[in-house]
Ligand binder design. Structure first.
Ligand code: GRF
Length: 209
């Protein structure tokens, strides 16, 4: 049974997709042992509570400095003893110590086809604004392992979404979430939970049946 910790900052629709997929059985062999948010007002915390999942707020505002926050965040994480940490709309820089301790055991969902529109400053609506500004015809979402860079770790899954001529950043974000994020994040978790992927030379290999 893969124990997962989900880290959130906002509405928690990706968290909800994982909760629903586990309930439906499209994600197997997985238990969400906790949800941590940096934002006490994140609706994602409410979603966790409604699903009976332990929910915690560890906010940088509650600590004297970043180092103290990092220590508290790592301490809460260790308490939950996750096998996998899932960043689902989590807007906090992951402490390097956590990345080292959980090497290749942290995954992130990003709302573009990496390496497009990613890296520092590309999050939430900004990603879709940039895609529309550039005039791309196809965008999508990516699930990747987290390394010490920003959106630079080995790619696990990607799913394309066509851009419509009348798209706004909001309409594009909604479709990318519905058609891509909420599909590939649960799928990636299920593959990891069932030993279907491995990393070779920095690339993710999908194990055949
Ligand atoms: C969304 O912009 C999503 O594309 C990205 O994180 C943000 C919040 O998603 N992954 P959620 O509703 O909190 O899962």
């Amino acid at each position: 049974m893969l124990k997962i910790l989900v880290c959130v900052s906002g509405g928690g629709t990706n968290l909800q997709a994982v909760i629903d997929a586990a309930a439906k059985g499209t994600v197997t062999n997985t238990q969400i042992v906790g949800v941590i948010s940096n934002n006490q007002n994140a609706y994602a915390l409410e979603r966790a509570k409604q699903a009976g999942i332990p929910a915690f707020c560890v906010s940088p505002k509650a600590y004297a400095d970043r180092e103290e926050f990092n220590r508290a965040f790592l301490e809460k994480t260790e308490e939950l003893q996750p096998d996998l940490i899932v960043l689902a709309g989590f807007l906090v820089v992951i402490p390097k110590e956590m990345i080292r301790k959980y090497a290749n055991r942290i995954i992130n969902i990003h709302p573009s086809l990496i390496p497009s529109f990613c890296g520092t400053g590309f999050y939430g609506l900004k990603v879709h604004e940039a895609a529309l500004e550039r005039g791309v015809k196809v965008t999508g979402a990516t699930v990747h392992f987290v390394d010490e860079g920003t959106d630079t770790g080995p790619i696990i899954l990607q799913k394309p979404v066509m851009v419509n001529e009348d798209d706004t950043p909001e309409s594009l974000q909604k479709r990318v979430m519905e058609q891509a994020e909420w599909v590939i994040l649960p799928e990636a978790i299920d593959r990891i939970a069932n030993g279907k992927i491995r990393i070779e030379n920095g690339k993710v290999i999908q194990k055949t049946e």
